[in-house]
Write a protein that binds this ligand. Structure first.
Ligand SMILES: Nc1ncnc2c1ncn2[C@@H]1O[C@H](COP(=O)(O)OP(=O)(O)OP(=O)(O)O)[C@@H](O)[C@H]1O
Ligand SMILES: O=C(O)[C@H](O)COP(=O)(O)O
Length: 400
């Protein structure tokens, strides 16, 4: 590993720290999750060593319900580090600069959601990002930049790739441990069957990675939004938006060709759900995919038959990778797919990795322990990209 770490940084300086506190939001309330726990290690160390700490992080995506302020994140972070955490509702405006100047040793200030700044999101190369007003304004306020957000390091966004080009840059403790674990996992060779459980809402991320993993993975078990899109490509009348949902059509447009090609070239490596679950009068109901004539309900989980088909495949695997939940597990009625698959993994002695800020929450929600899995990563998209052997842009710039 060639990046500088906190061991290379002198105590008591003024530091800008990028965390990944991107969290599930339910009815406007940010849900605590292991990202806070893990990043607390880095923040606690900085506080104990007398640094003046300003935190950059993002939440959600513009236009989605989870695109909210970081005010609640500051409170949750304070609970995890047993230390006051201040918040300012600007990322680099005059009030933010004022509050940064007021920091004393051991103080922590969370700046507003980076994705509320125009400079943050367009995916541009690090050189371009380093010249944005966002980066140029904040860089002079700090002695060093620390990136702890391994789980967002696959995005070429200003707060992740801009600062290392114009500041002294370091990896935080989470960046270090996730990088080491995921790189080692990517280099592992398996003699037996390798299975990947693919679900969640970010179908574009997983489908892109699937096309690069077809030599490493013997069987992809599909669920979630990606699963429905694959069913659509296979000819079933599902995988498009109904009501106000905004999960399928855009991702179908972006990925339909890749999905169709994968089904043509790798059909024997792709296992699709045989039944799906939906809400009927407040209860869970299930329907075989062969019986669906028209999509008139939202499918929120894979069905029980699907879990029965996926479980023996998992039992026969030497390694299982999970990215994304098979259903909306936060609602117990729709946890059957996700909990069923995680229990099947926990019951075998295969090597396993469960990744994703949301998905990894299902472990404790459904009574399992982290040590029943080989590695639980707070990274989702970043860890599966690392599995392909590709370098993550946010890591690359730290290694310059
Ligand atoms: N059929 C479905 N309908 C709606 N939501 C679903 C469905 N299936 C899965 N989900 C949701 O997917 C979410 C997890 O997927 P997501 O794509 O956010 O992955 P993740 O594991 O958090 O990874 P990352 O860290 O990349 O965000 C869960 O919160 C779950 O509720
Ligand atoms: O939750 C994640 O995987 C990271 O925070 C990246 O979020 P994004 O997929 O919205 O870029």
């Amino acid at each position: 590993m060639t990046f500088q770490t906190l061991d290379d940084l002198d105590d008591g300086q003024r530091v800008l720290v990028r965390l990944d506190l991107n969290s599930p939001v339910e009815d406007g309330t940010v849900q605590d999750n292991r990202r806070f726990d893990r990043h607390a290690e880095t923040v606690n160390e900085l506080v104990d060593r007398g640094f003046e700490v300003a935190v950059l992080a993002h939440q959600g995506r513009p236009g989605r319900d989870d695109f909210v302020s970081l005010a609640q994140h500051a409170e949750i972070l304070a609970d995890h580090i047993d230390h006051d955490v201040d918040f300012v509702d600007e990322t680099y405006g005059p009030q933010a600069i004022h509050d940064i100047a007021d920091l004393d040793g051991g103080d922590v200030l969370v700046l507003e959601n980076t994705r509320m700044c125009d400079d943050e999101l367009p995916e541009e190369n690090p050189e371009v990002k380093s010249q944005t007003e966002f980066v140029q304004t904040l860089k002079d306020e700090f002695d060093a930049y620390i990136n702890d957000a391994y789980s967002a390091a696959h995005r070429s966004h200003a707060s992740l790739v801009g600062f290392p080009l114009v500041m002294d840059a370091y990896a935080g403790r989470v960046m270090e441990t996730e990088y080491e674990a995921n790189t080692a996992i990517a280099e592992k060779e398996f003699d037996g069957q390798v299975t990947m459980v693919v679900g969640g809402t970010k179908a574009t991320d997983v489908i892109d990675v699937m096309t690069h993993l077809d030599e490493k993975v013997d069987d992809f078990l599909l669920g979630g939004i990606a699963g429905e899109l694959f069913l659509r490509a296979a000819g079933y009348p599902v995988g498009y938006d109904i009501d106000d949902a905004n999960l399928y059509d855009e991702q179908w447009e972006a990925n339909s060709e890749k999905i169709e090609t994968m089904l043509e070239d790798h059909r024997d490596q792709i296992t699709l759900a045989v039944d799906l679950a939906y809400e009927d009068d407040g209860d869970r109901a299930e329907q075989a995919v062969d019986d669906i004539e028209e999509k008139s309900v939202s499918y929120l989980d894979v069905g029980s038959e699907t879990v029965m088909e996926y479980s023996p495949i998992i039992r026969d695997s030497e390694a299982v990778f999970v990215k994304g939940a098979l259903g909306m597990f936060e609602d117990e009625r729709f946890s059957v797919g996700t909990a069923g698959v995680l229990e099947a993994i926990a019951d075998t002695d295969c090597f396993s990795v469960v990744g994703g800020g949301d998905t990894s929450r299902a472990i404790e929600m459904y009574g399992m322990e982290e040590d029943e899995f080989g590695h639980v990563s707070i990274a989702g998209g970043a860890y599966i990209r690392a599995l392909t052997g590709a370098e993550l842009v946010g890591v690359e710039v730290l290694q310059r």
